[in-house]
Write a protein that binds this ligand. Structure first.
Ligand SMILES: NC(=O)c1ccc[n+]([C@@H]2O[C@H](COP(=O)([O-])OP(=O)(O)OC[C@H]3O[C@@H](n4cnc5c(N)ncnc54)[C@H](O)[C@@H]3O)[C@@H](O)[C@H]2O)c1
Length: 240
């Protein structure tokens, strides 16, 4: 993802990559200085974009808090103590975080929340996600983000039902069904179905390349670079 971000920034006319930090990559593969650690870097950036590994995120947070460099954290697998570390860092510097940097997916979540508010609890809501056959986790973290967004707008408390099978699988009114399809090279597809009496509404997002995540991260960086301390996410951009 770092290399895709670098390509997008190179094509822009108002940004440049001042350096990269990667513990394992080969510096000769890049047109900008690449350092193994933050300590060995000398450049000062307006904003940092992180696509790495969750074990690297504490160092990212320390660097950003120490140097007051706003950070866009795209790395996933963050929970518990690391989430708290992000909250703490956000007290000193602007931190943007989203498990899915695609603007389209975040708009889909926004639309699904609005649809839930309007349609109330009279429509059955199901989420179907499709991904390539190499994906190990199911359902996708994004399907879960969508379900949580919908849940936050439902009046009655329901439950998430992952797939459905068996002789006693009749749908309960308050369920949000979540279904995972795996096959081939599908980059990522998420469909939310609102099924009512005699009418069905579907909202669908399809990613055709990983570029959408890098584009979203660069947009987030442009949004964040002059912001004060705080925790930001895609909703901050969507609200304008
Ligand atoms: N939020 C989103 O929309 C989104 C989209 C795509 C990927 N991701 C996440 O971004 C992360 C990176 O994804 P990727 O596909 O680029 O993975 P990748 O494995 O291709 O790249 C990760 C890079 O981080 C480097 N790295 C790993 N540990 C490091 C450390 N301790 N210190 C410094 N550098 C380290 C690796 O050398 C590698 O170059 C993953 O967590 C992935 O799930 C998020």
């Amino acid at each position: 993802m770092g290399a895709v971000v670098a390509e997008i920034v190179k094509a822009s006319n108002n940004m440049e990559i001042v350096c990269g930090i990667d513990a394992f990559a080969n510096p000769s593969d890049f047109e900008f200085p690449l350092y193994e650690t933050f300590e060995s870097s000398t450049e000062k950036a307006d904003v940092l974009i992180d696509f790495s590994h969750f074990s690297a995120v504490p160092n990212v947070l320390k660097y950003c808090a120490d140097t007051k460099t706003p950070a866009v954290i795209c790395t996933t697998g963050i929970d518990g103590e690391l989430e708290k570390a992000i909250d703490d860092a956000a007290k000193n510097v602007a931190i943007f975080r989203s498990g899915n940097m695609s603007l389209g997916i975040n708009l889909l979540i926004d639309l699904a929340k609005r649809a839930t508010s309007v349609l109330g609890d009279n429509f059955d809501i199901e989420i179907i996600e499709k991904h390539h056959h190499r994906k190990v986790d199911a359902p996708s973290g994004t399907a879960y983000m969508i379900a949580q967004g919908i849940e936050s707008k439902k009046k009655s408390e329901g439950s998430f039902v992952y797939g459905r099978h068996g002789k006693d699988a009749k749908r309960k009114p308050d369920e949000i069904g979540i279904h995972a399809v795996r096959g081939g090279t599908i980059v990522g597809e998420h469909t939310v179905i609102f099924a009512g009496n005699d009418e069905i509404i579907e909202i669908r997002h399809s990613a055709t390349s990983r570029n959408v995540f890098a584009e979203g991260a660069v947009k987030a960086a442009e949004y964040l670079f002059d912001k004060g301390p705080g925790l930001y996410d895609m909703n901050s951009i969507l609200k304008g």
